[in-house]
Design a protein around this ligand. Structure first.
Ligand code: GDP
Ligand code: GDP
Length: 435
C-alpha cells in the first residue's frame, strides 16, 4: 500500500501551502476543473521517489470541546491514528507556542513516526531557527519554506526513506475486479455492501489484526467473482456487516488505490457537495475506472429527481466517461445495473490494444483533426503503443509533441476511448518525442 503522510499543526503555520506544493497535480485533468482542487485535503504526492498519499488535517485545535472545531479535531485525530508518517508543521516566524507543545504531546502519544517541519524559514539561519523547536521532542527540525519550496523535497525524501519500495502492482491473488465503494458519510455505502453480500455467497472474509490493512471481501454473483475493498471499517456482525468507524478519509483513499473499479456513491436526497466532487477528483487522479451510483432514489419525488440529474451534470461533468445509475441500496433496486457497469469498466480498464490498431486509430484521429501549429512547430504524431492498464496508457511517438495543447490531448483521449469502445475508464496519453 502507498504510504500516507499526514500534515498536522495549528492554524496558519502553512499546512495548506505545504499540501499544495506536495500535491500540485501534474495531471491537467484535475487541474482543469475549477474549484475542484480548492480546499481539497487529500491527494497524490508529486514529489519524492515513491508513490504516496498526502492528507492535510486542516486547522487543528486539539483542546476544542465542541462545534465545528471539535469535529475537525476529531477528524484530525482519526487521521493521525491511521497515518504512516506525520509531518508536524510549526512556524519559524511565530516561534514555539504552547499549542505546539500540546500537539507534540498528542503526536508522541499516537505512536506514529513524526517529522518536524519548521516552516516559513526562507532567508533565515537554519541552526538559529531550529534551536528552540528541539524542545518539542520530535527529533531534528527540518527548516523549510512551503511558499518558496526550500527544503520541501528533502523533507519528503526523508519521510519516504523508511518505507519499502512499492511491490509490483497486480500481484493480487483474487479473481475478478477489485471494487471500492467510495462516498462521503451516510450516502449508503454499508447498506450497499450488505445488500450485495446478503444475497450472495461470501467466499472469504479476511480480517487482519490491524486497522491499517484494507479488509477484502470476496463474493460471487451470476457466476462472476468480485472482491470488495472495504472503505468504511466494516466488521462482521452476525450475517451482516456493520460500519464500526463512520468515515475514514485514509481508508477511502487506500481502498481507491487498491481497487480496479470504484463505485462512487452519492446521496440523491442531498445536493452534490464539494466533498463528493473531491472524492470523485481523487478517483480521477488515481486513474481508476468508475461507476456512479446515485443512491436513495426511492426516497425522492419526480421534481427532486430532475434536480439531482442536473446537479450531477453540473458538478460531476468531468466524470463524463462514467456510467450513472440511480439506485436504492436499501431496496436492492438498480444493483444489477451497477455490477454490469463494473464488469464493463473493468474490461475497459484492462483492455489490451494491439500496436497496429492503435497506430491506425491515431492516424485517423489526426486526419480528422490535426494538432494546431505552435509558432514554428507543427507537432507530428507518428505511431502509438500501449504503455499500461487500469487506466489504459497510450504512448504516442512523434516530433515536437511537447507543443500539443491539453485540449488536443483530451480530443485524442476521447477518440481512443470511442474507437476501442472502452466504457467506464479514463485513458491517458503520454508523448515520446524523437530527437
Ligand atoms: P494553514 O492554516 O496551516 O493551512 O496555513 P496556510 O497554508 O493557509 O498559510 C498561512 C499563512 O502563512 C498564509 O498567509 C501563507 O501565505 C503563509 N505561508 C505559508 N507558507 C509560508 C512560507 O514558507 N513562508 C512565508 N513567509 N509564509 C508562508
Ligand atoms: P454509509 O455511511 O455511506 O455507510 O451509509 P449507511 O449505509 O450507513 O446509510 C446511511 C443511512 O442512509 C442509513 O440510515 C440507511 O438506512 C440510509 N439508506 C441507505 N441506503 C438507502 C436507500 O437506498 N434509500 C433510503 N431511503 N435510505 C437509505
Amino acid at each position: 500500500m502507498k504510504p500516507t503522510l499526514v500534515i498536522v499543526g495549528r492554524p496558519n503555520v502553512g499546512k495548506s501551502t505545504l499540501f499544495n506544493r506536495l500535491t500540485r497535480s501534474r495531471d491537467a485533468l484535475v487541474a482543469d476543473q475549477p474549484g475542484l482542487t480548492r480546499d481539497r485535503h487529500y491527494g497524490h504526492g508529486r514529489l519524492g521517489r515513491k508513490p504516496h498519499l498526502i492528507v492535510d488535517t486542516g486547522g487543528f485545535e486539539p483542546q476544542a470541546k465542541e462545534g465545528i472545531v471539535h469535529e475537525m479535531a476529531r477528524q484530525a485525530e482519526a487521521a493521525i491514528a491511521e497515518a504512516d508518517m506525520l509531518l508536524f508543521v510549526v512556524d519559524a516566524r511565530a516561534g514555539l507556542t504552547p499549542q505546539d507543545l500540546v500537539i507534540a504531546d498528542l503526536l508522541r502519544r499516537s505512536g506514529r513516526p513524526v517529522l518536524l517541519a519548521v516552516n516559513k524559514g526562507e532567508g533565515m539561519d537554519r541552526a538559529v531557527v531550529s534551536a528552540e523547536f528541539y524542545e518539542l521532542g520530535c527529533g531534528t527540525p527540518c527548516v523549510i519554506s512551503s511558499a518558496h519550496g526550500d527544503g520541501v523535497r528533502e523533507l519528503v525524501d526523508l519521510a519516504l526513506d523508511s518505507f519499502p519500495d512499492e511491490a509490483d502492482a497486480g500481484d493480487h491473488a483474487t479473481e475478478g475486479p477489485r471494487v471500492a465503494i467510495a462516498g462521503r458519510p451516510n450516502v449508503g455505502k454499508s447498506t450497499l455492501v450488505n445488500t450485495l453480500l446478503g444475497e450472495e455467497r461470501v467466499i472469504a472474509f479476511d480480517m487482519p489484526g490491524t486497522t491499517r490493512d484494507a479488509i477484502e471481501i470476496s463474493f460471487e454473483r451470476n457466476g462472476k467473482a468480485y472482491t470488495l475493498i472495504d472503505t468504511a471499517g466494516l466488521r462482521r456482525k452476525g450475517r451482516v456487516f456493520e460500519a464500526i468507524e463512520k468515515f475514514s478519509v485514509i481508508k477511502t483513499l487506500q481502498a481507491v488505490e487498491e481497487a480496479n473499479v470504484v463505485v462512487l456513491m452519492v446521496d440523491a436526497s442531498q445536493d452534490i457537495s464539494d466533498q463528493d466532487a473531491h472524492i470523485a477528483g481523487f478517483c480521477m487522479d488515481a486513474g481508476r475506472a468508475l461507476v456512479v451510483a446515485v443512491n436513495k432514489w426511492d426516497a425522492i419525488d419526480t421534481y427532486r429527481r430532475e434536480r439531482v440529474k442536473e446537479s450531477i451534470e453540473q458538478r460531476l461533468n468531468f466524470l463524463g466517461f462514467a456510467h450513472v445509475h440511480y439506485i436504492s441500496a436499501i431496496k436492492g433496486q438498480g444493483i444489477a445495473g451497477v455490477l454490469s457497469s463494473v464488469d464493463k469498466a473493468y474490461a475497459a480498464a484492462m483492455a489490451k490494444m494491439a500496436t497496429p490498431k492503435l497506430t491506425r486509430v491515431l492516424i485517423s484521429a489526426v486526419e480528422k483533426q490535426t494538432p494546431p501549429r505552435h509558432g514554428l512547430f507543427r507537432p507530428k504524431l507518428r505511431y502509438a503503443h500501449q504503455g499500461g492498464s487500469n487506466p489504459p496508457i497510450i504512448v504516442v511517438h512523434g516530433n515536437a509533441l511537447e507543443h500539443i495543447p491539453t485540449s488536443y490531448t483530451r480530443y485524442l483521449e476521447r477518440y481512443f476511448l470511442e474507437a476501442f469502445k472502452l466504457q467506464g475508464t479514463p485513458l491517458r496519453i503520454q508523448y515520446k518525442t524523437s530527437k
